[in-house]
Unconditional design. Structure first.
Length: 508
């Protein structure tokens, strides 16, 4: 069967049963819907979770449970060997031997042998209603409620506790145990609080809930089944989009923001999301070679300076909960140490403005050191050390983004990331002598910028991993101008994207 992959990783629990008092016509209606639903789920790449025991029949031999029906339908739809499990079976061997027919056991064995089904064994002595529920909820990804009683309601509650999506249908078929209203009670709760069962799309689904009615059906069962599949798919997408970004990239000024948006292919027409009603954040994804996606967010501080950087970064962390932060932008590099257009990773941040007034009107420097986390430092060292592949990737990216530097001025034509100790403070340096005086505070200082201490302070206070990447745009002397701002910002953005794809461990 050919369909989309909307349910590629889905294993749906269709929970419910039918009262023995329900008339045969309605029983057939329920099973007709189940057949349509299973066909559509299989077509869209999904599977099911079932609990198998004996079959329960009414006096007319009509099945009052759905599990064995699901098994039979999947067997009919997929008669050959399968590379993918479509049926996860919770069962006890002893119960199956006692209650299932020989034909049913043979069918299950055949499906397991073909790779179509897998077993989750429960020992007879541990076989309780609670154990069955826990195992089903543990391995399923979505749930549909149809009829049933307290057991269905309990499963739906456990799904809700795990923030897993639940859809309840309105067909009035009672339940095998006649101990509650099952799906109807879940449906009533959904109508009162839709986010309980669909945390991200419940309010939207509530608007067209009547179109899912089986009791007052206005469309085909197949159409209803497809609509349920769309609901689960949209809920999954919304849930993914609500996850915190893997990386938040923070810039300070417009040229830095424009560079990273250009490198990450964020179009100028793409609207920003508002954080706390006043901060713009652009969401995007980086696609890796293995087709995996890295969720990124890009923000701008709006102005240079330590206090603003600390305040805005704290706000962004609280709002977005990013897994990692990269401070990205331009900086001044000491003449003779760096060429314009070079890119540096901070190995140490020195907040140089801390000081104490002591006797005789003397000022004693009290710098603050900000170290990288060990895991971040290891990632950077491994990344910089991957010379050949790194050079090839960055050379291609430099040419792609048309970074051209005047060779007559002996400036760098390649992007070769380096490590640097970076001084951070509120001063803009246009004096080479003053710049060099920073070495009195720390002998390895070779780069200066104006936001890092604020960003690193906020990350330290909020326990968020952080690193800094800077492009050298000037030498902090009287020749300082804006000529290399775009070149340096773009070079830093290229390295940032490449490091996210090839260097950063996203599980830190």
């Amino acid at each position: 069967m050919v369909g989309s992959n909307k349910l590629e990783d889905s294993y749906i629990l269709l929970a419910g049963s039918i009262s023995s008092k329900t008339d045969n016509a309605k029983i057939e209606l329920a099973h007709n819907f189940v057949e349509n639903f299973v066909e559509n789920v299989i077509e869209f790449g999904g599977g099911f979770v079932v609990y198998l025991s004996g079959e329960c029949l009414n006096i007319n031999n009509k099945p009052l449970l759905f599990d064995w029906s699901i098994v039979s339908i999947i067997d009919r739809l997929l008669p050959d060997a399968s590379e993918k499990v479509r049926l996860k079976v919770v069962a006890s061997d002893k119960v199956l031997k006692e209650k299932a027919t020989a034909e049913q056991r043979r069918l299950l064995s055949s499906m397991v042998n073909r790779g179509l089904a897998s077993r989750v064994h429960i020992e007879r002595k541990k076989l309780t209603g609670g154990a069955i529920v826990d195992e089903q909820v543990h391995i399923c990804t979505e749930m549909v409620c149809l009829g049933g009683g307290k057991g269905v309601f309990g499963r739906a509650t456990k799904m809700s506790d795990s923030s897993l999506p639940v859809i309840a249908l309105d067909l009035e078929i009672g339940g095998l145990s006649d101990d509650g209203n099952g799906a109807l009670d879940v449906l009533e709760e959904f109508q009162e609080n839709p986010e309980k069962y669909l945390p991200h799309t419940g309010a939207e689904v509530l608007q067209f809930l009547d179109s899912l009615s089986l009791e007052y059906c206005v469309q085909s069962y197949s159409s209803i089944a497809q609509r349920i599949i769309d609901i689960f798919y949209n809920e999954k997408i919304a849930q993914i989009e609500s996850l915190p970004p893997d990386v938040l990239i923070i810039t300070a000024i417009g040229v830095e923001l424009a560079a990273i948006k250009r490198v990450l292919d964020i179009d100028d027409s793409t609207a920003a999301n508002k954080v706390n009603n006043n901060l713009n954040v652009w969401d995007t994804k980086i696609i890796c070679a293995d087709a995996s996606e890295i969720k990124c967010a890009v923000a701008i501080l709006g102005e240079a300076g330590i206090p603003n950087a600390a305040s805005v970064t704290s706000t962004l962390i609280k709002a977005l909960q990013p897994k990692n932060i990269i401070m990205l932008g331009i900086a001044g590099g000491m003449l003779g140490k760096f060429e314009l257009g070079d890119v540096v990773f901070a190995e140490l941040i020195i907040g140089y403005e801390g000081a104490a007034l002591i006797a005789d009107n003397q000022v004693e420097p009290r710098p603050k050191h900000y170290n990288l986390r060990t895991s971040i430092r290891q990632d950077i060292n491994a990344y910089i050390g991957s010379n050949d592949q790194l050079s090839e990737r960055l050379t291609y990216a430099r040419e792609f983004h048309n970074i051209k530097i005047n060779n007559q001025d002996a400036k760098s034509q390649t992007i070769t990331p380096k490590l640097a100790t970076i001084a951070s403070g509120n001063k803009l340096f246009r004096d080479e002598e003053k710049f060099n005086e920073l070495k009195k505070i720390h002998g390895r200082v070779a780069v200066v910028e104006m936001e890092g201490e604020g960003v690193f302070t906020a990350c330290e206070q909020n326990d968020t991993p952080v690193l800094m990447i800077r492009g050298i745009s000037d030498n902090g002397n009287d020749n300082k101008n804006d000529d290399y701002h775009n070149i340096a910002a773009t070079a830093a953005a290229i390295v940032a994207k490449d490091f996210i794809k090839h260097g950063l461990s996203l599980n830190v």
